[in-house]
Design a protein around this ligand. Structure first.
Ligand code: BMA
Length: 363
């Protein structure tokens, strides 16, 4: 426990400048909050797109809507502590993101969630700047190279960063945001993935994003999360780590998959994978003085009706992760959900999870 308090102090000291006692910023306060969860053995729960839509509904008239509906709240009586949002589409100047969420709604929901006492985190699935395809277009391994200085898409890419930074800036300087760009970078399903660019190119991509947002735009309200897909050996995890200066949180995305086996087997496999990766992140977090988290997780469609208390909880219990986040409940794809919803047969187990002493929801 003392170790974590020391880590928090060191992390904040690293952010401060000179000898003057720094003023506590919104980012500092969020760092403290997240360290205090980890220190007290608590884990905040997050849900992607929570206030935008759920399994059978979506916000229609967002300017008038009070944004009170949430599948998580319907089931547990509480909002998730974290709400995840995705910026995909902002780079083109689109009015809605890749899942049809108006950016105006995203801004309003982020502010509403923070006013309620919650925390927001942004991921980003930008289009492929070289081919014009989507984030999953891996037809070229020249894309990262093309956006770096000297590359033929560099100027256009800087415009993409500008649009993303403009949006984040429009939410306000006092709203701390966990920003998680270039995620799952050790798999090869995004154009910035492991086989699609060199280690150096990836690091430069991450650093260029950080430098532009932080130095050129002064967006110091962001906590930067590095979140490779897991499980993966710690050496591999660190092989594309951009550096301590550019990262505040070490995360990992690990999903449960049933595949051809039983849900029981999937549960055991998932627990082993998460425990393996989180053990590595605890050591890395100590070494690099960083927060750690399970940045994305879930079991699509939750066919295991005891998944929350039977698999997720035992997988993360005892690890000082500040938060975990389950993915979205798509309103237009009946099988694509990662949190329970009102009427779902496995809802009671998610409610039981929400009532555990070590799991933090937004009351
Ligand atoms: C994926 C799926 C997609 C979605 C994307 C970005 O995991 O949920 O349907 O478009 O995330 O949110």
């Amino acid at each position: 426990m003392k170790r974590l308090i020391l880590l928090a102090a060191l992390a904040l000291a690293a952010c401060s400048t000179g000898n003057k006692k720094p003023m506590e910023t919104p980012k500092d306060r969020l760092v403290h909050t997240l360290f205090s969860y980890a220190e007290s053995g608590k884990i905040a729960y997050g849900h992607q797109d929570d206030l935008f839509y759920g399994h059978t509904w979506k916000v229609e008239d967002w300017e008038k809507d009070a944004l009170e509906r949430s599948d998580v709240k319907d089931v547990t009586g509480k909002y998730p502590m974290l709400m995840g949002c995705d910026l995909g589409g902002i780079e083109l100047g689109d009015s809605c993101n890749l899942d049809g969420i108006p950016f105006g709604l995203m801004r309003k929901a982020a502010l509403t969630h923070v006013e309620r006492g919650g925390i927001v985190t942004f991921s980003w699935h930008p289009r492929n700047p070289l081919t014009g395809g989507d984030a999953w277009d891996i037809s070229s391994n020249e894309v990262v190279k093309s956006v770096l200085p000297g590359g033929k898409k560099h100027a256009e890419f800087m415009e993409w960063l500008k649009r993303a930074a403009d949006f984040i800036e429009s939410i306000g300087p006092d709203v701390p945001i966990i920003f998680r760009p270039w995620h799952e970078n050790l798999g090869s399903w995004f154009w910035w993935g492991g086989k699609l660019c060199s280690e150096q190119e990836y690091k430069e991509l991450f650093r260029a994003t950080w430098l532009y947002f932080t130095r050129e735009r002064g967006l110091t309200n962001l906590l930067w999360c590095y979140s490779p897909n897991g499980p993966i050996a710690p050496e591999e995890y660190m092989s594309r780590y951009p550096g301590d200066e550019f990262v505040d949180i070490l995360g990992t995305d690990i999903y449960a998959f049933v595949g051809n086996g039983s849900v029981e087997e999937a549960g055991v496999r998932f627990q082993n994978q998460v425990k393996y990766m989180l053990s590595a992140l605890v050591a890395l977090g100590d070494e690099h003085k960083k927060l750690i988290c399970l940045s994305e997780t879930g079991l699509e469609g939750i066919p295991d009706l005891k998944w929350w208390t039977g698999s997720l909880c035992p997988a993360v219990e005892g690890f000082p992760i500040s938060y975990l986040l389950t993915w979205r409940n798509a309103w237009d794809q009946p099988g694509h959900f990662y949190a329970a919803w009102d009427g779902f047969e496995g809802a009671a187990d998610m409610k039981a999870f929400s009532e555990l002493d070590n799991i933090v929801f937004l009351p």
